[in-house]
Design a protein. Structure first.
Length: 423
């Protein structure tokens, strides 16, 4: 008879051994995170790098945005990742060799974009020199021709040891860039060009496929709290997280705007693809806004930060002692948005106004007054959030009827639609 060890009855299990909750998703389906790649057919080209082991997860993340994914792989790539895993995750057979139906030409169902990740030294140099001696490189030769005619995006992600990042590679990358290929920056660490995270790669692909309604725009977007110091340890702040500003910045970046996102301390984490700067307090926020505008490149500023209205009249040096009653005196902070309007009268500006204990009619009166100074005012009340269970905002523009939007994505899109219309 087999021997079964006795488990100590006093030990506590790490879980209760209950089965997972039921789901309507079938075995190979993925939960949807968005729809920005819906109806997009993506060719994912995998070359022979150890980073290929991450490809099945990348396939699933592309599908989570609605993409259909067709994988092409070099023979070396399949040494690092199983064909079965790629086929299971993509729902399509992996293509490695030419066939009578000329799959690399994709005439019957053209690809929306081509993503080479990971892109090895060998594949990049062959692509740059026009060598097409296997299916993946023949596919890329065809892709380049399509890109020249129809502007089909091609993205390559250099992935190799740093010792291979030589002048030959740099010349090849420069040549590909000149041909309109997007060279996605790798994650450089430990002396290597590593494959970036999937969030970064999916974001870059979404941006490349967007309509580019904000291409050529340079936007400053502010968000989150701007704390003020009480002493060298403690800060006064507020509960806002910068979530709406991040949503606005995401959508603007996807639509190919150049953005300067300034977030106060305590703001939410941003997606890895989104360029941003963080400031620790009101003073650094003010300095960053004014210096950023001073460069003269920004054409539209969207001020959604929850800026501190008051600051202590005196900041205690060191740490205030605890365990005793404390009385503080406050003074008003400078109104940064007013300083900006005075310094840049031609700058297009979006102002935000949040109120509580006001009626809708009172809020609209306040917003209409502000709209005389700024191109657009986004006004909301805390009471409406309670009523709808989501963020509610009213867009107020001079000589136009106010427009109600519900949810952060809807508010962000409406704001950016107005910005695009000002061109």
């Amino acid at each position: 008879m087999g021997w079964c060890p006795t488990v100590n009855s006093m030990s506590e299990p790490l879980w209760d051994f209950a089965p997972p909750p039921s789901s309507n998703l079938r075995d190979r389906e993925v939960s949807q995170h968005g729809s920005r790649l819906s109806n997009k057919r993506i060719a994912l080209i995998i070359s022979g790098s150890i980073a290929s082991y991450r490809s099945p997860d990348l396939v699933r993340d592309l599908r989570r945005e609605g993409a259909e994914v067709q994988v092409f792989a070099t023979a070396d790539a399949l040494r690092y990742v199983a064909r079965e895993a790629l086929e299971w995750t993509s729902l399509n057979p992996v293509l490695t060799e030419s066939s009578p139906n000329a799959s690399h030409l994709s005439d019957n169902s053209p690809f929306s974009a081509y993503l080479v990740a990971p892109a090895t030294y060998n594949l990049l140099n062959k692509f740059a020199c026009g060598i097409a001696d296997d299916l993946p490189t023949a596919l890329l030769a065809s892709a380049l021709g399509r890109a020249e005619r129809a502007k089909t995006p091609i993205l390559v992600v250099p992935t190799m040891h740093g010792s291979m990042h030589n002048k030959i590679l740099q010349e090849s990358l420069s040549r590909l860039n000149d041909h309109g290929v997007t060279v996605v920056p790798p994650r450089q660490e430990n002396g290597k060009n590593n494959l970036p995270g999937n969030e970064f790669l999916v974001g870059q692909l979404i941006r490349s496929l967007s309509a580019g309604t904000l291409k050529g725009h340079q936007l400053m977007i502010t968000g989150g709290p701007t704390p003020v110091w009480i002493d060298h340890i403690r800060l006064f702040t507020n509960r806002f997280t910068g979530a709406l500003s991040i949503e606005i910045a995401k959508q603007a970046w996807f639509e190919q705007a150049t953005i300067q996102l300034i977030l106060g301390q305590g703001s939410m984490k941003t997606p890895s693809y989104l360029p941003h700067q963080r400031v620790v307090d009101f003073s650094s926020y003010r300095e960053k806004v004014l210096s950023g505008l001073g460069e003269g490149l920004i054409d539209t500023a969207i001020f959604s930060a929850a800026v501190a209205d008051y600051q202590p009249t005196h900041v205690h040096p060191g740490k205030l002692p605890s365990g005793q009653q404390l009385t503080l005196s406050f003074e008003q902070t400078p109104k940064v948005i007013r300083e900006v309007r005075a310094a840049y009268p031609k700058l297009k500006m979006v102002a935000f106004k949040y109120e509580e204990n006001h009626t809708h009619e009172e809020l609209m009166v306040i917003a209409r007054q502000r709209a005389k100074k700024y191109q657009l005012v986004v006004a909301n009340r805390g009471e409406e959030f309670i009523e709808y269970g989501d963020q509610v905002a009213w867009l107020v523009e001079q000589d136009k009827s106010e427009e109600q939007m519900i949810s952060k994505p809807a508010i962000a899109k409406a704001v950016l639609d107005r910005v695009a219309s000002w061109v």
